[in-house]
Ligand binder design. Structure first.
Ligand SMILES: Cc1ncc(COP(=O)(O)O)c(C=O)c1O
Length: 411
């Protein structure tokens, strides 16, 4: 089946995941598939499992699933909880809402808290701000009987471009002296924004392949803590394929209890090598710098950034709010048709109000400037009056902040 006609040049994949995949990773993935029970496989398995521990910044096991992030969400809940358990989840956007929906479907009592209300632009407050750790602390203090078994938050809310302070959530749980597990979705945060599994006391970290790891979609992760592993021994939600025990046991020799996604594991091995060649602190600083340039463009256009709290701007993507009366999705479609540039659409409650520019994966200053040029042309063609050139503002920012100098200045 022919999927599309030849178009000259690279397609600009500027959605916030799947992100552009580097050629090195594509080449690694194209190696011949090997016997997943043969001697070579164990070496690969042990290498990627150890590498993932370094990426998650943990000494504890990381489980790999041949599934998209949604599977790893479900696995986090079913491995640790029992039917009817209460969990506390924070509404930060569409992905927090989807995780909440999964918890409800699994028969958990999933309380969904948030900032509440809408702002002057008519956008939900919760979809423009990070997790309020004080609210979590307050809710846990009120739960003197410890009915709440887990607190679930999203590290980088991909639908809005807002991050959350996970260390503050940990402090809130500790301040309330509450034994709830802390589960964190870092599907779009991992390997682009700093994520410290052990230091932040996260019990289950949920990751995905198609964002900061720069892999195609198809594998996802649960990073565990000893407390999560202990909880899994008593958790009664039904699970078989997702069950950590057999996987963790088999992983000790680098193998899996099912047929693993061998070629994506080649890609993962290459991805870890690339991230470590650069060094994680530099990777994080690079994303911060890219994000700052993109935000300079949005400000120059005179448009609003979806994230209303500068302290929690996402280094991975920027949400751009279109003026009232301008359908953001029409702008996005026009840009895709005219300039072969894919942007993220507004999801759920912000559909039609904003579009998302991804600044992650195999990119550099010039690919981002080209993406911004596509946005600028598309906004103008859509009749949006722009205050000034965002491309010029981003060029000025990138020129004034070389990558190396920016490691101190922007990080
Ligand atoms: C923060 C976040 N959580 C969960 C998901 C769901 O993951 P998947 O679409 O891979 O199932 C995504 C996907 O974009 C995401 O960005």
């Amino acid at each position: 089946m022919k999927l599309n006609n030849h178009a000259s040049g690279h397609h600009f994949l500027q959605i916030p995941g799947p992100s552009p995949v580097p050629d090195r990773i594509l080449r690694a993935i194209s190696l011949p598939t090997i016997d997943h029970r043969g001697p070579e496989f164990g070496v690969l398995g042990l290498a990627v499992l150890a590498g993932l521990q370094r990426i998650f910044q943990t000494r504890h096991p990381v489980v790999i699933y041949p599934a998209s992030g949604t599977g790893a969400w479900e696995a986090a809940l079913t491995n640790t909880l029992s039917p009817g358990d209460a969990v506390l989840m924070f509404e930060t956007g569409h992905f927090a809402s989807l995780w909440h929906k999964i918890a409800m479907r699994l028969g958990l009592q999933a309380e969904f808290v948030g900032h509440g209300g809408t702002d002057a632009a008519g956008l939900p407050n919760s979809w423009r701000r990070g997790v309020q750790a004080e609210l979590i602390e307050q809710r846990l203090r009120a739960d003197s009987g410890h009915a709440i078994k887990a607190v679930c938050v999203v590290h980088n809310e991909t639908s809005t471009g807002v991050t959350s302070d996970i260390a503050a959530v940990r402090r809130a749980i500790d301040a309330a002296a509450h034994p709830a597990l802390l589960m964190v979705d870092t599907i779009s945060g991992l390997a682009s924004a700093d994520y410290r599994h052990d230091e932040w006391g996260v019990d289950v970290g949920v990751g995905g392949s198609q964002k900061g790891l720069m892999l195609p979609p198809g594998i996802s992760f649960n990073a565990l803590s000893p407390k999560a592993l202990e909880a899994s021994k008593h958790a009664k939600l039904p699970r078989a394929y997702w069950s950590w025990d057999e996987i963790v046991e088999t992983n000790k020799t680098g193998y899996f209890p099912y047929t693993p996604n061998t070629n994506l594991l080649y890609g993962l091995n290459e991805s870890i090598e690339m991230l470590e060649e650069e060094g994680l602190p530099k990777v994080f600083a690079r994303h911060q710098r890219w994000a700052e340039g993109v935000r300079a463009a949005v400000r120059a256009w005179g448009l609003e950034i979806q994230c209303a709290e500068p302290a929690v701007y996402s280094p991975i993507l920027t949400g751009v709010v279109t003026p009232t009366g301008v359908d953001a999705d029409r702008v996005r479609r026009l840009i895709q048709e005219r300039f072969d540039l894919s942007l993220g659409m507004g999801l759920g409650k912000v559909r039609g109000r904003m579009f998302r520019i991804g600044h992650l994966g195999d990119s550099n200053d010039l690919t981002l400037l080209a993406a911004l040029a596509g946005c600028e042309m598309g906004l103008k063609l859509s009749g949006v009056a722009l205050a000034a050139s965002g491309v010029q503002a981003a060029m000025d920012f990138y020129a004034a902040h070389p990558q190396r100098a920016s490691l101190q200045a922007v990080a």
